[in-house]
Design a protein around this ligand. Structure first.
Ligand code: FAD
Length: 386
């Protein structure tokens, strides 16, 4: 039995209403436009749904319990509006400012992020460097009182909407490929240009873009923490990013399961509902066991995160397991729909397109296996039956 506090249950109800009133009615229009209206962030901010974790002085509620974000992600799935993925802004990018920013940076940026006036993105991936970030070419060179940023980033979520982008770049490319800075690059800084809005397989309303930086003068006030430790900061942030993805994977899997269950009860084949066929019951029983087991593990990871005990390997296990189960559920959902599953007018079809990316985003399944695999042969490995 999952435990949420009374405050969190009230929060869930309120967030559900917000989505129904402000997001669901606009989603088709945003899908056609290929981008969410930035007003959506303003409205979410006004009602206190963005950035819950910062202290009140920075516009938050000062409550770092990850279950608030879990509720937000689950309600996004329930409403089937995955492209309004505000957790990217609130809990994936924002914490880089909260954890590694100084008081001045927090005071300058966080309140506008909490109100939704500023939208955030993070730019790590480059045309030639995704899984292996040490291969990135972007550089931020120290010029005394500022850095000069050069490089290109791609596949950046919120790439067009973002007002502030946390950009990762190497600060000592000749001598140390792991020396990287996290720079706060603001809309309008000379030399910062947006490229194409990329056409995607799914998540049509979420803008994903290329970004270009050409001799961008970034003041030292815009560097988060130690300019050589960005890689280390990213590794810290990635465990939480992978938990966000894991929660999303299972929320999507539950949604796909429910849509499919309803369909097979209504669809008649050979004179009886598809749900009466043993095959249908067996395959859905099988995947429901997978989803249920994974949910318990992911919920445990949420507790570990809240207790400061979620490490990279646990997060990788959750991400790997949940995204592979999501993929199994989506493929099964389409299969049980028959031809209808291939038609965009059926929600399972769009969900299939939206969800395919989850084995790639936030670290691919193969990279998750690398992380887990390495841990199995390290000195810190502890056998279960110790
Ligand atoms: C919709 C979308 C939104 C995104 N949003 C963002 C964002 O906001 N910010 C951002 O920075 N990035 C973002 N990304 C980028 C994403 O994080 C990368 O696509 C992902 O990390 C994979 O990197 P890559 O595309 O360069 O693939 P590659 O790293 O080139 O991988 C290609 C294949 O090689 C495999 N592979 C790689 N290394 C190994 C290995 N050692 N052993 C075995 N197999 C290996 C991979 O698993 C994969 O199957 C987004 C991507 C998408 C599709």
């Amino acid at each position: 039995m999952r435990r949420f506090t009374e405050d969190q249950s009230i929060f869930r109800e309120a967030y559900r209403r917000f989505l129904e009133q402000e997001i669901v009615p606009n989603m088709e229009r945003w899908r056609k436009a290929g981008v969410i209206d930035r007003e959506a962030y303003r409205k979410a901010g006004e009602q206190g749904f963005l950035m819950i974790w910062p202290d009140e002085q920075y516009g938050g509620m000062g409550d770092t319990d990850f279950r608030f974000e879990q509720i937000i992600i689950e309600e996004i799935a329930r409403a089937d509006v995955f492209e309004f993925f505000a957790p990217l802004h609130s809990r994936l990018v924002g914490p880089y400012i909260g954890k590694f920013g100084n008081d001045e940076q927090k005071a300058r940026f966080l309140p506008r992020c909490a109100s939704g006036e500023t939208i955030l993105a993070v730019a790590m991936t480059e045309p030639d460097a995704g899984s292996d970030l040490s291969g990135m070419r972007s550089t931020a060179l120290d010029m005394g009182d500022h850095y000069v940023l050069n490089g290109a980033k791609t596949y950046i979520s919120n790439g067009l909407l973002a007002d502030v982008v946390v950009v990762v770049a190497k600060t000592d490319p000749q001598n140390n490929p792991h020396a990287m800075a996290l720079l706060l690059v603001e809309r309008g800084m000379p030399g910062f240009e947006r490229g194409r809005k990329l056409e995607k397989m799914g998540l049509q309303a979420q803008d994903t873009a290329e970004l270009f930086f050409s001799n961008v003068k970034v003041p030292k006030t815009h560097v988060l923490g130690d300019p050589a430790k960005g890689f280390h900061y990213l590794m810290q942030g990635l465990a939480e990013e992978r938990l966000i993805a894991s929660v999303q994977n299972l929320a999507m899997a539950h949604k796909a399961f429910d849509i499919t269950r309803t369909f097979v009860m209504e669809r008649k084949v050979f004179g009886k509902p598809l749900s009466a066929q043993q095959n249908t019951q067996f395959v859905l029983a099988d995947v429901s066991a997978d989803i249920d087991m994974a949910q318990v593990y992911v919920d445990q990871c949420v507790s570990w995160l809240n207790a400061g005990e979620l490490d990279a390997v646990r997060a990788a296990r959750a991400k790997l397991l949940s995204s592979e189960i999501l993929w199994k559920m989506l493929d099964l959902g389409v299969q049980l729909h028959g031809g209808a599953g291939y038609m965009l007018e059926y929600p399972i079809c769009r969900l299939f397109n939206d969800g395919r990316v989850m084995r790639i985003l936030a670290g691919t399944s193969e990279v998750m296996k690398l992380i887990i695999g390495r841990s199995l042969f390290s000195d810190s490995y502890e056998p279960f039956l110790n």
